[in-house]
Design a protein around this ligand. Structure first.
Ligand code: FES
Length: 133
């Protein structure tokens, strides 16, 4: 996939550890999560029913928990680790001089446009396993 990186309104210094934080990049809202020296970016809206993921929290295993129905997602790859079969869109991140850049799909296909607009994928996992990590 080809991404174009866009500067966000957040900086490294503005992010609290393990707290999902909403930011914008261009006209798009995304959630950022700082964990140690890693920054994750993922869709602002839950793929289940569109709850604001930045109002959620991080559980003791490092999974992002949706505030509405408590489905859990791996912020690194968007996998629905509580087993309901959804997939949260994630975005690549680059850090330059304390500024955070998020990669959005850059090819003008209908699928990329949908992903960049609503930030979610209707993907259903094939297995029903609950990941433990
Ligand atoms: S809206 Fe997020 S789990 Fe239902």
């Amino acid at each position: 996939m080809l991404y174009t990186f866009h500067k966000t309104t957040a900086t490294l210094a503005s992010l609290a550890e393990n707290k999902p934080t909403e930011t914008t990049t261009g006209a798009k809202k995304v959630c950022l999560l700082k964990r140690g020296d890693k920054i994750f970016a993922f869709a602002a809206l839950c793929p289940h029913s569109g709850a604001p993921m930045c109002d959620g929290w991080v559980d003791p295993l490092g999974r992002v928990v949706c505030p509405l129905h408590k489905y859990r997602f791996d912020p690194a790859n968007g996998r629905n680790t509580s087993g309901e079969g959804y997939k949260m869109t994630t975005f690549p991140v680059e850090i330059k001089n304390d500024e955070i850049y998020v990669g959005l799909l850059s090819l003008p296909t209908a699928e990329n446009e949908r992903l960049n607009t609503d930030g979610n994928t209707p993907h259903k996992d094939d297995d029903d396993d609950i990941d433990r990590w």
